[in-house]
Design a protein around this ligand. Structure first.
Ligand code: AMP
Ligand code: MG
Length: 389
């Protein structure tokens, strides 16, 4: 049995970044940028007004008057300059005319015909947004980076209509077991519904990969082999279940027959001990345990960083953050324990039922409390590490 850290480093050895492709900006959210994007203009491209009011030059003490000589609106610049004693009616987003020293907001003046007079206690901000104040031509959004909706807005403002992103990793998900029926199907009395396969697909797709749910493999060599054949073309093949040492656990044997070069089998963790991995043709293969919570936890701990690696992001374990135990925690086992827990601010409470089949418990949890192997009992208040999700 190897440690989680060792398992991760062996998994990372199976992963290389995939090639890049060009996509239009409207399809780029959640994708990983592979080439720096460079601003093709200054933003704002001119000194702009931040408010509705008057662009003026010079002193704006209460009682000062200005003659209004024109108007500037967004998309309609004033063709001229403001000099001493002059003002230009201006609206948010309009270019400030040459000579403008500040915008006096409309609430701070009284207007009589073409004359405005500054009232008592005017606001003192200039309300000018300088040219290039947001970004200047040449500003870079650096790769690699998973693009957020905000990044998309920034790229659009930079006038970057297409970006180079990593192609989506293709992940094939193989459920195994005679007891399994697809959601919506009609289970026999001794059958259950496939669950974690769908949870894993949701997790993998949210990371920017493309998971395909293959037909359920039955607990026979021929059925498993047939479904493995359907996984051809995938970058990552993930099997679920059938990885223990029971009579019906055939994944390891069939994968070996099909030429899998095994990296490891069994990891010192709870849940998720019967985890296997290796190389199968051009793909990496990961065999996850079948218990729903085990599969989802292993997805968080192992598949998430692998997918980041395929996408060209740095190869690194999932980030943990500190939290303080809200309750006493008994001593741990020799295996690293990923406890389903509720994180509230910086206080973390492990849920009372930790059986690896309980999806309701996982769904109540918003973090995994990572209890290192052989950790001593810890009183409430002790700092621990956790993986929020
Ligand atoms: P196994 O690893 O095949 O021994 O499966 C362990 C447990 O997980 C058994 O109770 C299975 O019925 C269950 N299981 C296996 N695969 C799935 C799946 N895709 N969805 C839900 N439960 C599963
Ligand atoms: Mg099984």
């Amino acid at each position: 049995m190897i440690s989680v850290t060792e398992a991760l480093s062996q998994l990372f050895a199976l992963v290389t970044p995939l090639e890049a492709e060009t996509v239009p900006l409207q399809d780029a959210s959640g994708r990983v940028l592979r080439q720096d994007a460079v601003a093709r203009r200054d933003q704002p491209p001119f000194t702009a007004s931040a408010m509705d009011g008057y662009a003026v030059a010079g002193d704006t003490a209460p009682g000062t008057s200005f003659e209004v000589i024109g108007e500037a609106a967004a998309g309609h610049a004033f063709d001229g300059a403001v000099g001493a004693g002059q003002a230009v009616r201006i609206f948010t987003g309009a270019p400030a005319p040459q000579g403008t020293t500040r915008i006096v907001i409309q609430e701070d003046v009284t207007r009589d015909g073409d004359t405005i007079t500054v009232q008592d206690a005017p606001d003192t901000a200039t309300y000018l947004r300088p040219r290039g104040g947001d970004f200047a031509i040449g500003t870079r959004l650096e790769a690699p980076r998973r693009l957020s909706p905000t990044d998309i807005a920034l790229l659009a403002a930079m006038n970057v209509p297409r970006v180079q992103v990593t192609r989506k990793p293709r992940v094939a998900l193989i459920s195994t077991g005679d007891e399994l029926v697809m959601p919506g199907g009609t289970p026999a009395p001794d059958q259950i519904i496939v669950s974690n396969t769908f949870g894993l697909k949701a997790m993998i797709d949210a990371l920017g990969a493309e998971a395909r749910i293959l037909p359920i493999a039955r607990d026979t060599r021929s059925s498993l082999r047939a479904v493995f054949d359907l996984a051809r073309g995938a970058d990552l093949i993930v099997t679920i279940g059938g990885a223990s040492v029971g009579d019906h656990d055939l994944v390891g044997a069939v994968a070996a027959e099909m030429g899998m070069d095994r990296s490891f089998y069994k990891v010192a963790m709870r849940p998720g001990k019967p985890l296997m991995a290796g190389r199968l043709g051009n793909a990496a293969m990961v065999g996850l345990p079948g218990n729903p919570v085990s599969a989802m936890v292993c997805g968080q701990v192992f598949l998430r960083p692998m997918i980041d690696g395929y996408l060209g992001l740095p190869l690194a374990p999932v980030a943990t953050r500190p939290a303080r135990l809200a309750v006493d925690l008994p001593a741990g086992s020799p295996r690293e324990h990923y406890m389903r827990a509720v994180l509230d601010g910086d206080r973390i409470t492990p849920l009372s039922r930790q059986d690896s089949s309980l999806l309701t418990v996982l769904s109540q949890a918003n973090a995994l409390l990572v209890q290192p192997p052989r950790s001593p009992a810890m009183p409430a208040g002790t700092e621990v590490r956790c993986i929020p999700f």
